[in-house]
Structure formats: structure tokens, C-alpha cells
Design a protein around this ligand. Sequence first.
Ligand code: SAM
Length: 221
Amino acid sequence: MPGSESLAQIASKYYRADDPVRKPHYLHAYDHHFGSMRETPVRVLELGCWEGSSLLMWSDYFSKDSVFVTIDMGQSPPAIGGRPNIKFLQGFQDDPAVMKEACNIIDNEKFDIIIDDCAHVGVTAFNSFNFLFDKALKVGGVYVIEDIGAPFGVKDWPDGAPYAPEVHGIIDGNRIVGYDLGMMGFIKRLVDHVNIQSIPSRFPISCMSLYESIAFVTKRT
Ligand SMILES: C[S@@+](CC[C@H](N)C(=O)[O-])C[C@H]1O[C@@H](n2cnc3c(N)ncnc32)[C@H](O)[C@@H]1O
């Protein structure tokens, strides 16, 4: 029954204790944002499922009548095979045809939750957000972006570079220059959409919650 186990307890069934993918503070943040949604059926889209551990975790966490759709460029993981409420789509996270297919699976209703735990490349993540936040997330829904610190945390990341104080942490006239590569640039760009009303095609964001390396973006009307 949903609600009887914490997310951390459920996660411990599907992830190794030392699995770097499942950071304890992510689980706390998820519980904080999703705890009130456990008893009613939800529609969840997860970009990037790897071996399926997160899908199994969410499937235990939320009501049994919930639906989980995932997009991954790899093969469908065997672990999700016995769960009919988990639907796998093979493809790239930012392919419009694949994202549209994800919407078709839920009869073109909208998702309550979208989680991007996929390529962690800024432009790719932005392309998914640009399509899905408008077309696939319901009002009041939450779009989660994991591993936003990827550009500077990992050596040789495709669109990142180490943090350099003399480049990323300076005052240049009226500009306060910060780190804007890859995922960090994407997230900082969304802050503009929260605050600047004159942005064309402004994303309807009511609030953003930022934790270390993970962002929760809530959709307004
Ligand atoms: C960090 S893993 C997902 C982990 C999973 N959410 C979990 O918590 O167990 C990232 C996944 O994204 C997939 N991936 C990476 N780049 C992708 C892309 N551009 N399009 C689709 N899938 C991608 C990889 O195949 C991998 O399975």
C-alpha cells in the first residue's frame, strides 16, 4: 500500500547502497515534493531508465493505478518486464516523435510528473524541456531535472569544464558572471523565465526549487 514505506526504504530494494545514481538527498527532496501525491494515481514520464531501478521504485511509491512511461536509447531493461503499468519507449530523449509517442500512451492526457535523468547534456535536456513542459505536463505538475551539476563534476563531460573562479565568478560592469555551461546554463536560463515577463514564448513556471544537483520546476497556468 502506498504510504507505508519511505522512498529511501523502497530505493534500498532496487539500488545498491553505494549506487552513485541514488543520492540520499535526492530521495529526501522527492519525498518532500511528491509525498502528498502518493495516494492518488499519477502519470509519470521518466527520461532515462538504465536498468529500471527508478521505475520499480516509483511504481512501489505511488498508487498501484499509476502509469509510468520511460524513454531510453538503450534496450528495455528486463527488470521492468513484470510490471504492466510501466511502458518503455526506445529512442532519444529529445526526439519529438518519441516524446509525442509518450503522450499517446496516456491518451494525450498530461503527465503529473516528468523526470529527466537522461543524457545530462544541456542542449539535449533543454530540447526535451522545450517540448514536454508545454505539451506534456499538466498545470501544477512538476518537471524534475537531475544531475544539473554534471558539467563541472565530471572530467571530460561533453558540454562542461571545471569551475574557474576567474572566468565563472566575476563582476563585469553590471553583469554578475556565473557558470553557464551545459546543464547549469539551462537551469539558469529557466530562472529568466520565472522572472522576466517579456520573454517570447515564456515557460509558465510558478516556482523552481533547487537542491544540490537537482531542480524541481512547477508549472503554472
Ligand atoms: C543515469 S541513467 C538513468 C538511471 C535511472 N533513472 C535510475 O535512477 O536507475 C541514464 C540513462 O539515460 C540513457 N540516455 C543517455 N543519453 C540519452 C539520450 N540522449 N536519449 C535517450 N536515452 C539516453 C542511458 O541509456 C541511461 O540508461
